[in-house]
Design a protein around this ligand. Structure first.
Ligand code: NAP
Length: 285
């Protein structure tokens, strides 16, 4: 039975990046659809679940992607609501690479520091990647300061995180110049997940944080989000702090993405979201 991956992209044109990874992950047939919404996805799901017998449905799987993570979440919800009884296939959600990137970043930190009880800061914590990194840090038992330029946005993100992670220790924090020093005070882990090309800290600023043990800068577009961190840094020690750059994390992110696609075909009832993709990352590292 040939392995078919059905790529459902919320953007008008299905992502070339996701198509290449699907092929590299060994998919024998790739069906790609763009412009997917909760309103138009159900007939496609019926096409997936009513064509092969229940015992063969594990050879069909779905990948949900696109540049908008909220749109991807909404499509995933509609897909899972469309399944019933044995009529289901495995699904992976990785809109804009947010789940695989967050998993790679957080898992990289765990090589150097026990997250349970750690003090962590996520700059750009309201974005798709930063929010998911904050979710995984909170799930691991860290206290997480979720930083935004607008405190209200950080509060909204924290409230959503409390709904996702029972007992989450998340604190809204300011990423603006005025509030940044208080946000960073006492941080052991720093994940910089701002928009591409946004610099949050100079090298002197992060070097002056005595408590800092590990940092990750996910921004690959110059200037670096954290000055002095090279994109290729992968567990490099700089001034007593273990550093990861965007490319240093990116190789692991690709490994996670490919492994998750491969594992979709192990059964017909798996949902690979932020948490389950992080579980795969933990097994791989
Ligand atoms: N290494 C990899 O493999 C990989 C993969 C995917 C993504 N990435 C990178 O990961 C980072 C995060 O991705 P994303 O999609 O989550 O980013 P995003 O949505 O574009 O931005 C994240 C957050 O940055 C803040 N922000 C936006 N413009 C800003 C500005 N001018 N100054 C300060 N803060 C600003 C916003 O928060 P507030 O408005 O709340 O302040 C926003 O929610 C990006 O740099 C992206 O390129 C890396």
């Amino acid at each position: 039975m040939k392995r078919i991956l059905i790529q459902l992209d919320t953007d008008a044109r299905p992502s070339v990046f996701d198509r290449v990874v699907a092929v590299d992950a060994g998919c024998e047939q790739l069906f790609s659809y763009g412009g997917i919404t909760p309103e138009n996805v159900v007939p496609l799901i019926h096409g997936a679940i009513f064509t092969r017998g229940p015992q063969d449905l594990k050879s069909t799987a779905i990948f949900v992607g696109g540049s908008q993570s909220d749109a991807g979440e909404a499509v995933l919800k509609k897909i899972t609501e469309s399944f019933f009884g044995p009529f289901r296939v495995s699904v992976m959600l990785d809109a804009n690479g947010s789940n695989t990137t967050a998993a790679a970043a957080v898992q990289s930190v765990t090589h150097h520091l026990e997250l349970n009880g750690a003090e962590a800061v996520v700059l750009g914590g309201t974005g798709p990647v930063g929010f998911r990194a904050a979710q995984l840090l909170a799930l691991s038992g860290a206290t997480v300061r979720v930083a935004s330029r607008v405190l209200e946005r950080a509060e909204t993100a924290c409230s959503k995180l409390r709904g996702l992670v029972e007992g989450a220790k998340v604190i809204p924090a300011e990423a603006s110049d005025d509030g940044l020093a208080a946000t960073l005070d006492g941080a052991q882990v720093l994940i910089s997940a701002g928009a591409a090309g946004v610099r949050f800290l100079t090298a002197d600023e992060w070097r002056s944080l005595d408590t800092l043990k590990v940092l990750v800068d996910l921004n690959a577009v110059p200037p670096a989000g954290l000055e002095g961190v090279e994109p290729t840094d992968k567990g490099i020690e700089r001034d007593g702090v273990i550093c990861y750059g965007a490319i240093g994390v990116g190789g692991f992110k690709m490994k996670i993405h490919k492994a998750a696609i491969e594992r979709l075909f192990a059964a017909n009832d798996q949902i690979f979201n932020t948490v389950t993709i992080h579980e795969i990352a933990s097994e791989l590292s």
